[in-house]
Write a protein that binds this ligand. Structure first.
Ligand code: GUN
Length: 283
């Protein structure tokens, strides 16, 4: 039976550290602000945005919510992003994805000032991550790294397999593991004989977006298994990309869903917002 990696507890520690940092900045007369933009009424996005606002309150970060209707045009959204870039009270800008399909996400992300891009989605920040010289860590991958570190298992020299190649999770996750000297393989929907590859993994990160996709036969005995998935089942329950009950019998360490990666993404966002405020104020 594997050990459970408690993302709730670890994220609480990260947020407490951020709250101290924010209090220190406030003592110097520097406030910390995050603008959160949500377009439309996607229920999952609403839940994420509410959690982000709650975390801001806990850390002493001012949050400014901009909830726009689904009919918002590209020009209107671009105008808001530009206004937020110029607003000194706003240190971080987060545009919740996915955007309604008529909007061009790439153009919106490109309009965010890289210094305020607390998601680290802008090409400048992606490039910085690639070369290993970055101000902001991508939120979900950085959260996964903290969870891996909490096990005491070193990444150095280990076989690391990431399932999923998204710009938000898969690609930056692989890069962070590589920076730690892991031997990294990225798998995706066209990968042949996926199970043979995942069975080699000492560290397995699942970011596929398919419920219970990773089954016990795909996992090496004793592996660290990080489940980024957050899938809604027909009965309304949340479920990860990993078949938790079966895989927990085989893995060394495993994250639950919910209560694993999700809270860590938000904790890293808080850290990035404090970092953005510090850098913008020359600290
Ligand atoms: N949608 C799902 N995850 C994220 C995230 O980390 N940031 C943003 N902006 N949107 C998301």
């Amino acid at each position: 039976m594997s050990k459970l990696i408690d993302g709730k507890e670890i994220s609480a520690r990260v947020k407490a550290r951020v709250a101290e940092e924010v209090a220190g900045l406030k003592a110097e007369g520097i406030s910390v602000g995050l603008a959160v933009v949500i377009v439309g009424d996607d229920p999952a996005s609403r839940i994420y945005v509410n959690s982000k606002k709650k975390a801001c309150a806990l850390c002493g970060i001012d949050s400014y919510e901009y909830a726009l209707p689904a009919s918002t045009t590209q020009e209107e959204l671009l105008a808001l992003v530009k206004k937020l870039c110029a607003d000194d009270a706003v240190n971080g800008i987060l545009v919740q994805l996915p955007l309604p399909s008529h909007l061009d996400e790439g153009q919106i992300i490109a309009a965010i000032d890289p210094k305020k891009d607390v998601d680290a989605f802008h090409a400048v920040n992606v490039g910085k991550i690639m070369i290993g010289d970055f101000d902001f860590l991508p939120c979900t991958p950085a959260g996964c790294m903290e969870l891996i570190d909490s096990t005491g298992v070193s990444v150095e020299g280990k076989r690391c397999v990431v399932i999923g190649r998204s710009n938000i999770v898969g690609k930056p996750m692989a890069m962070l593991l590589l920076h730690r000297n892991g031997t990294v393989t990225i798998c995706h929907s066209r990968t042949k004989d996926l199970a043979a590859i995942t069975r080699e993994a000492d560290i397995l990160v699942a970011a596929v977006g398919r419920p219970r996709f990773v089954t016990a036969d795909m996992v090496k005995e004793g592996a660290v298994v990080i489940d980024v998935g957050m899938n809604r089942l027909p009965d309304g329950k949340l479920c990860g990309d990993v078949d938790f009950e079966a895989v927990r019998e085989k893995a060394g360490y495993i994250t639950p869903v919910p209560g694993g990666v999700g809270p860590m993404t938000i904790a890293t966002l808080m850290q990035n917002t404090a970092t953005a405020a510090r850098i913008q104020n020359g600290r």
